[in-house]
Design a protein around this ligand. Sequence first.
Ligand code: PMP
Length: 394
Amino acid sequence: MKYSEKILNTPSSFIRNILKVTDAPDVISFAGGLPNPISFPIEDLQKSIHCAIEENGAKLFQYSTTEGYLPLRQYIADKYKKDYGLNFNPEDILITTGSQQALQLISQVLVNKGEGIVMEEPGYLGAIQAFTLAEPSFYSVQLKEDGLNVEQLENTLKHNQHIKFIYLVPNFHNPTGITYTKDNREAIYEVIKKYDVVLIEDDPYGELRWSGEKIPYIGAGRLENSVLLGSFSKIVTPGMRIGYMATKNKELMNHVNTAKQATDLHTNIFSQMIIHKYLVNNDLRSHIEKIVQLYKTQAETMLNAIAKYFPTYVNYTKPDGGMFIWVTLPEGTSSLDLFYKAMEEKVAFVPGDPFYTNKSNVNTFRLNYTNTSPEIIEEGIKRLGNILYSLSSE
Ligand code: PMP
């Protein structure tokens, strides 16, 4: 059988593939970006299921609107107002099957084959995968400690007319864990406002902050072509698959709506109604605070263990929130080689390669700390440290 070029050119997710191996009970896995299941509010969700069925009956099981459940869209609009002073109405919100679906829909709507997408380097591999289906040209802009390389962004936009959108994860970035500073965001805004491009700010981790102050978004509320993506995956549960897109651009919203009609008619209404019941009947703030305390302890344990067990030539990020630490080995070291050695010692992480659109055999890798207990984190990092020392003495 002959398959389409676009599927043949789309990489299968390295993480999803290795999760099958790293899921083995004797493997210490820092690989997947899984929220800790002890943070799932199962009892409260159980009550919400009963309550939602009692109140809505057959509506939970019927087809529904493509835009999403109106009370949930209203809740999200109100939350943006409360948290960020942003003036969204329910019609500016589209409920999607995870924010992952929004990535796929937006790229289908905006990009013709060969047109440009600006990605962070390194960037979220699920976005690279979703966008690749639209057969774009990728333009990478480097990430630094304080955010995006603004000069490189400006040069990229100046010299490439066919760029359609810029995709950024400014809070507790996946895979690096970094957060763009306020100054960096301002500088990005000053550049982007001069160009006819869409800015997508993807923010599934923003509420998982344990250090520092919340920082305003780059484009929301002031750039005409601004899109925000959000998700309940990391603050309630990922399996319910409830994410959302927020934009004031009505034309863009209409086209994305059409693409969604064609894709899945609507997001699972059962999940939408349950999550809405959960949100209005519980104190989300205090629930998130518990998750934040959990992840803070895990992150600190991992950072302390890295300081203790890794050779000093290894560089790594120190996140203020979120789920990831990004490790950089000396130039010329392959993190993929390290990965195979680590798997022999039953420790897993994600080698950097799949986070780049055009590089391989890189010297970087991602560690996740949210789904492992502090004792196991210590043991896993110790094993990785031993391997790193043994490599440097080879
Ligand atoms: N964006 C980023 C940056 C992510 O890390 C993830 C999840 N790993 C997603 C989007 C997708 O999240 P979901 O579809 O569960 O909302």
